[in-house]
Design a protein around this ligand. Structure first.
Ligand SMILES: *Cc1c(COP(=O)(O)O)cnc(C)c1O
Length: 394
């Protein structure tokens, strides 16, 4: 299902070859980490004209350029620019501040990352920007929610806790007819498995903290935009003054180089674990769009070329104390909120506390799992122990 033009090399190749300037790197494979604020101009005339490839530390360096070129090559020909920001949440806030103004109306998918909601309900509301939330499964029905002043739609596909899969193509068609921008939080699939800019999305953001970094050791965000949206994003980044530390940029670039092999393993192991869990008597439901039985499967198959290692399960009814005992028993599954690294994770969650457009009633305790790069046999053995502890604690 590769929709790329024939002249384009495969994504795996582009991830390895892009953004490399061997000569400038004196033969070394990787660019150096430029630690820098001041950039010196050779002449007064250059200074007056702000002439030069690099002009100020905040605006970029050879290290950030190498990262941006590589991510742009992965995003594909629709990508007009990549912005670098210090975290995934900063990618969201910077994007929204770049494209919205007082008096605007914003539509947000009810399954988005909770801090995205907090930003809309907190800061955007204070600046007189109104947010309305919509059912992730709304599809073309979103038309009814548009107002004269609706400027943008924010989606997350799939939502990173509950895993409903919005139909981005249908939403984008309506949004563009209404002259609104479509913004996608593409952290779950990354542009390797979801070329959202090819599917009607104008701005595709990622918490590169997750799979791009891939080793749970950086905070980093990216904003990729098409030709229509990039000037707004570029101006927003410049006005807000956001940038990222050079060591984190370097680690994010290093992460991109191996993204294809890591994600392929997360995809395989994630689906293997999801299928195994679907057959367990303790599990009522597995929320993973890669499963044929999942309500989002058809959209996933149409728009995505793979799945990452993050999904959720609904347990059969059990007291929270018994679920906590299970979590405390697990040795390979750690408890923590970020994900996308090499290690497996399990956390309880409850979206009901904050959803407004839809009711979240899973019918049992919910756990979000990140399947890391460990052997799935060992992960199954770990969960086996956990389920035995759950049963014993009921
Ligand atoms: C983690 C996450 C973010 C925020 O990223 P940070 O780098 O932690 O700020 C945004 N969106 C999604 C879907 C995430 O999972």
């Amino acid at each position: 299902m590769d929709s790329s033009p024939p002249q384009e090399q495969h994504a795996e190749t582009r991830l390895v070859t892009s953004g490399r300037d061997t000569k400038a790197q004196k033969g070394f494979v990787n660019p150096p980490v430029f630690h820098g604020s001041t950039v010196l101009y050779p002449t007064a005339e250059d200074l007056h004209a702000h002439r030069g490839e690099f002009t100020y530390g905040r605006h970029g360096s050879p290290t950030t350029k190498a990262f941006q070129e590589t991510l742009m090559a992965l995003e594909g020909p629709q990508c007009a620019g990549v912005g670098i920001v210090p975290s995934g949440l900063s990618a969201i806030s910077t994007t929204l501040l770049s494209v919205l103004k007082t008096g605007d109306h914003l539509l947000v998918c009810d399954n988005v990352y909770r801090p995205s909601r907090n930003f809309c309900n907190g800061m955007l509301a204070r600046y007189g920007i109104e947010t309305a939330y919509f059912d992730p499964m709304i599809g073309a029905g979103i038309d009814k929610l548009f107002k004269q002043n609706t400027r943008a739609v924010l989606v997350e596909a799939p939502g990173s806790q509950s895993f409903e899969m919005p139909d981005i193509r249908a939403i984008a068609e309506v949004a563009h007819a209404r002259d609104a921008l479509v913004i996608d939080d593409n952290t779950w699939a990354t542009p390797l498995y979801h070329r959202s800019l090819d599917q009607g999305v104008d701005i595709s953001m990622q918490a590169a903290t997750k799979y791009i970094g891939g080793h749970s050791d950086i905070m980093f965000g990216t904003i990729s935009a098409n030709a229509k949206a990039w000037p707004m994003v570029a101006e927003g980044i410049r006005l807000l003054g956001v940038c990222a530390g050079p060591d984190d940029v370097f680690l994010a670039l290093r992460g991109l180089r191996t993204l294809s092999v890591r994600l392929a393993q997360h995809h395989r192991s994630g689906l293997d674990m999801a299928r195994w869990l679907a057959g367990r008597p303790e599990v009522a439901r597995v929320l993973h769009p890669g499963l044929e039985t999942d309500p989002g499967h058809a959209i996933w198959k149409r728009d995505f070329t793979g799945a990452s290692g993050l999904f959720s399960i609904v347990l059969k009814p059990a007291p929270q104390k018994a679920v906590d005992t299970m979590l405390n028993t697990l040795k390979l599954f750690g408890m923590g909120f970020s994900w996308g690294g090499f290690e497996s994770l399990a956390i309880p969650f409850d979206c009901d506390a904050y959803r407004t457009a839809t009711k979240w009633a899973p019918g049992g305790p919910t756990l979000r799992l990140h399947i890391g790069l460990e052997s799935v046999d060992d992960l199954k053995a770990d969960l086996d122990r956990g389920f035995a502890a759950l049963k014993a604690a009921m």
